[in-house]
Design a protein around this ligand. Structure first.
Ligand SMILES: Nc1ncnc2c1ncn2[C@@H]1O[C@H](COP(=O)(O)OP(=O)(O)O)[C@@H](O)[C@H]1O
Ligand SMILES: [Mg+2]
Length: 503
């Protein structure tokens, strides 16, 4: 049943002479809130927008950086009668999400599962690397890492018929260091890798055997020729082909990498898996086969909050939230608006923590899948630090271009203020202080000229009100909509947000 009208107002923009609305249509084109620390992002515009979205029946996903965010959302949901829709995924909580089973169920078969998993894992791992060291642009180790993931996942699938984080970790940890090591596969010193390899080989051989028995007598005769046998069975049995690739990869490519490259890749992949294997995240994302929450719950009006605040759980808190976020984004992209048009939000305060390389692509389709992304962050340099790499500034600005509404609160960051000022743009102002002083003595004619100037100068953002008792709980901010007249013929409006706003 569809019941959400894109023109439904979310925020009223009103003055004594004009009334206009910021609607669901605007919401699903994305929102970026900027402002310095303590400028009123969270308690001013953020809080109000959250309450409005909840009141309007949005589903959503909330990522957390600070430990008090859970409590805020519990209160927001209480105030808007949405408490029953709030699902909190947290350590020791009653919800769990098994991302591997979820992905298996989403994927159409073994090979597409491997592709999907590699895509998800690499997106998460790269986002983490980018945040840590900014080496996310090195194509060589990226490719080597992708190949490693592909082959380890495929090996586990062939050997055990499924993929678990434990198996991936154990296999990745025990890949032989050299060719000698690879051959040492006697029972006693067989490591996990060898066992998986043998198990895979056995499974493939079994399939070969079964296949052979289905052949006619003549064909079996023909198979006496090794080359013919090889060609036909690789054709007939996909896992035999795959196993051949895996074998080739480890023997010819991976084991022969230099120690340094190998140890970087091992370290990144195993380190990532290792963090997932530790509590509390193991129980939340890996231990239980069945998930009690999935991204699709948001489409049914649930608000999923992941209470793994980055301030407390650091890297693993961020990895897990980016992982969930990416799966959630893909689920939203697949939705059928014709059958379910409920708007959903993707909420991230201190959003720079959760940016990944596919975000810009996702934003391009967010509007048509009715996703209102709300990212809150202090300034442009924050984004630059987390998206950085080559052409960092260009990446950040074009990414910000995908969030059509921007709210600028008080800020001391010069770059952000300049950006805000430039976005809002120039207009012609009457210029009174002119150069006619000399002529004035001789003439009565009054000449006016017009001068092109910034409508809001960068330094005006420094002085905006930031809430709290001194400001009577008012937070000021400029709301700007890209390429659109929103109010009084302008693309922006100076607004007051009340910290004690009640829905
Ligand atoms: N619920 C509230 N009521 C009144 N003042 C608040 C409330 N929450 C925060 N403040 C104050 O308002 C200002 C803005 O806070 P906050 O919204 O947390 O800023 P930001 O998210 O931009 O860092 C700060 O001075 C803070 O102490
Ligand atoms: Mg805040």
């Amino acid at each position: 049943m569809n019941s959400f009208d894109l023109d439904q107002p979310i925020i009223e923009l009103a003055s004594p002479t004009e009334r206009n609305y910021w609607t669901i249509r605007h919401a699903v084109e994305g929102v970026q809130i900027f402002g310095g620390i303590g400028s009123g992002k969270t308690s001013g515009s953020g809080r109000m927008l959250a309450l409005k979205y909840l009141k309007a029946g949005f589903g959503g996903l909330v990522l957390t950086v600070k430990p008090d965010e859970k409590q805020s959302w519990v209160e927001y949901c209480q105030k808007t009668g949405r408490s029953n829709d709030l699902i909190i995924l947290e350590p020791g909580g009653r919800h769990s999400f098994n991302f591997l089973s979820y992905e298996s169920a989403q994927s159409g078969g073994a090979s597409s599962l491997t592709e999907n998993l590699v895509d998800v894992l690499k997106t998460v791992i790269r986002a983490g690397e980018q945040q840590d060291k900014g080496k996310g642009d090195d194509p060589f180790w990226e490719t080597a890492l992708d190949m490693l993931m592909f082959n380890v996942i495929d090996l586990c699938q062939i050997a055990y018929g499924k993929v678990t984080v434990k198996d991936l970790y154990n296999v990745a940890q025990t890949i032989p260091k050299n060719i000698e090591d690879l051959k040492l596969s006697s029972e006693e010193n067989a490591k996990y890798f060898h066992k998986a390899f043998e198990a895979a080989k056995e499974r493939v051989n079994q399939q070969v055997e079964e296949w052979y028995l289905t052949l006619s007598h003549e064909d079996q005769e023909r198979m006496q020729d090794e080359l013919a046998m090889e060609t036909e069975l690789l054709e007939a049995i996909p896992s035999a082909r795959l196993f051949r690739f895996i074998d080739q990869f480890f023997v010819e490519n991976f084991i022969t990498l230099t120690d340094k490259t190998r140890s970087i890749i091992d370290f990144i992949f195993s380190g990532f898996l290792f963090r997932l294997l530790r509590e509390p995240v193991y129980s939340m994302f890996c231990r239980h086969e069945l998930s009690t929450v999935t991204p699709e719950d948001s489409l049914r009006g649930k608000i999923i909050l992941i209470n793994l605040p980055v301030k407390i759980y650091h890297k693993v808190g961020r990895d897990c939230q980016i992982l969930f976020k990416y799966l959630w984004q893909r689920a939203m992209e697949k939705r059928d608006i014709g059958r379910n048009d409920r708007p959903v939000f993707l909420w991230a305060d201190e959003a720079q923590n959760f940016i990944h390389e596919k975000d810009a692509d996702f934003q391009a389709t967010a509007r048509s899948s009715r996703v209102s992304t709300v990212y809150i962050s202090q300034n442009l340099p924050n984004y630059l630090a987390s998206m950085g790499g080559q052409h960092g500034e260009y990446k950040v600005k074009s990414f910000l271009g995908t969030l059509a509404t921007k709210i600028f609160h008080a800020n001391a960051d010069i770059e952000t203020n300049k950006y805000a000022s430039e976005l809002i743009g120039d207009a012609f102002f009457e210029d009174h202080g002119d150069s006619v002083t000399y002529a004035k003595n001789f003439s009565h004619s009054h000449s006016t000229s017009f001068k092109l100037e910034r409508v809001v100068r960068p330094e005006e953002f420094v002085r905006l009100r930031t809430g709290g008792p001194n400001n009577k709980f008012f937070v000021e901010g400029y709301l700007h909509r890209q390429g659109d007249v929103i109010f009084k013929g302008q693309n922006h409006i100076k607004m007051l947000f009340q910290q004690n706003y009640q829905p």
